[in-house]
Design a protein around this ligand. Structure first.
Ligand SMILES: [Zn+2]
Length: 493
């Protein structure tokens, strides 16, 4: 099954430092690297594109789109018995990757700015809708803005769902999220090319606003669906410009009043499998292209408000100052030390300063702490120690410190039976490695309600949430094969 000739080991387009990647993004129509290496591309890819253009029109359907229209359902049943696409999973992956790569990419940084409910997000969502249309899948947007593409009956029970997210962190990499969605469509194509007959409904999903880059709360789409985020709280979230999530959704054509828990939808899902680029080097160290997640570390975000007094940088004596920047800086250093001592992680990656003038002592510094650890007790201890360090230093500086927990996700232990089954299905010859991760995912949110598993694809440098994020093409294709094997095992037997 894993017929991968010539392991090139070259990074797939995506890292801006790769000359090929830059070329691919500059000329959208250029085949670039995708034609080389594995599988066939070209004619098959072009026929796929042709049918895609023919099958879909622009724009999302009306607001909410909570139910599947009769037209799209019939399209799905047609496809189940209709002609198979000539394109196998690998060629489909290469074509889709090439198409998707330029969307939301910032020309100066080479990073991605695909923030929820922006124009770049709309482009990504339109791409998803078109790929669903090209395959004759039943397309729907659920009440929380997540996109679904169904092969088989969307209202059927025991569905097997795969997918990830298409949004990004500020100047994020190409793989975090899109690798899972693109691989999901490619895995469906692979099943079709194999002649596999699904006995259960199969779906590809794009969960909205996974990174929380715009409104500060990660996994908003899946949290809402799982009933882990209060709709009123969600609607009131604001971006850096003061725009509420409700307003942003409305502007993008989605009804913010419709958002909320969707237990009926989750009850129809028998298994959710998310493929994701690894955000660490465990697979690289193990010398394996694909792995399975065992658990997600507990993690959270805390906002630290340091309040001092604005004053003139040139006339205020050092001993007269109440400088919150000093308290903040000391807290950053303390966070690093406490995390190191506890074997945890702690990061201040975002900061806002008022009035933010070069010749003014700051009045307020706001820093956001992201902290994670293998278990919850350690995490709680580390964060408490960082808070204490901030307050002690604040007392010396005459700076008031308040800390607000903005989000928290407990440890996620993926269902062992599904995890073990997937580890066996994904490894053609021997079970794939099983590893924990410090990164949060929609799969983690869903795992509270649905049997859930994750597949990871090797990331040779481990770099993520950066334009330098990368994965070798052969590894991505091995991921498609593994995902197809898993879906075949779960839905076709
Ligand atoms: Zn992700």
């Amino acid at each position: 099954m894993t017929a991968h000739p010539a392991a090139s080991g070259q990074p797939l387009s995506g890292a801006p430092e790769s000359g090929r990647a830059a070329g691919a993004s500059d000329a959208a129509g250029e085949p670039g690297r995708a034609a080389s290496g594995v599988g066939e591309s070209g004619p098959a890819g072009e026929s796929g594109l042709g049918s895609r253009v023919g099958a879909s029109g622009p724009g999302e359907p009306g607001p909410a789109g909570a139910s599947v229209s009769a037209a799209s359902v019939s399209a799905a049943s047609e496809s189940a018995s209709g002609p198979a696409r000539a394109e196998g999973g690998h060629a489909a992956f290469q074509r889709m990757w090439r198409d998707f790569l330029p969307l939301g990419r910032h020309s100066a940084t080479g990073g991605y700015r695909r923030y929820a409910w922006t124009g770049a997000d709309a482009e990504c969502r339109e791409w998803f809708r078109a790929e669903a249309g090209a395959r004759g899948l039943a397309y729907e947007v659920d009440r929380n803005g997540n996109q679904w593409a169904w092969l088989g009956d969307p209202s059927g029970r025991d569905a097997v769902v795969t997918g990830s997210h298409l949004d990004s962190v500020p100047d994020g990499g190409a793989f975090d999220g899109p690798l899972g969605v693109v691989s999901s469509f490619a895995a469906l194509d692979e099943l079709r090319a194999r002649g596999a007959a699904p006995r259960k409904p199969l779906a590809v999903v794009n969960f909205g606003d996974e990174e929380g880059a715009r409104f500060g709360l990660a996994c908003a789409g899946s949290r809402l669906t799982a009933g882990q985020l209060d709709p009123d709280r969600a609607r009131a979230l604001r971006d850096a410009d003061g725009v509420t999530l409700a307003r942003a959704m409305e502007h993008a054509g989605h009804d913010p009043e419709a958002i909320g828990a969707d237990p009926e939808r989750l009850a129809r899902i028998g298994a959710f499998v998310e493929l994701h680029v690894e955000q660490g080097r465990a697979l690289d160290l193990a010398g394996r292209p694909v792995g399975v997640a065992s658990a997600i570390w507990p993690h959270g975000r805390w906002r630290f408000d340091f309040r001092g007094e604005a004053n003139h940088a040139g006339t205020t004596r050092l001993e007269d100052r109440r400088d919150p920047m000093l308290t903040y800086a000391t807290t950053v250093l303390a966070a690093r030390k406490k995390a190191r001592l506890a074997g945890a992680l702690a990061t201040f990656g975002k900061v806002r300063v008022e009035p933010n003038g070069v010749n003014a002592i700051a009045s307020v510094v706001r820093g956001w702490l992201d902290s994670r650890a293998a278990d919850e007790a350690v995490l709680t201890e580390v964060v408490a120690a960082i808070k204490q360090a901030a307050r002690e230093r604040g007392a010396r500086d005459g700076v008031d410190v308040t800390v607000t927990r903005e989000s928290f996700t407990p440890v996620v232990e993926f269902a062992h039976d599904l995890r073990d089954r997937i580890a066996a299905l994904a490894g053609a010859d021997r079970p794939v490695p099983v590893l924990p991760t410090g990164a949060g995912h929609d799969a983690g949110i869903l795992s509270a309600a649905v049997p859930t598993a994750m597949l990871f694809v090797r990331n040779p440098t481990g770099v993520s949430h950066s334009p330098a994020e990368s994965a070798a093409e052969d590894d991505c294709l091995a991921g498609v094969t593994a995902l197809a094997d898993v879906l075949e095992g779960l839905a076709c037997s």
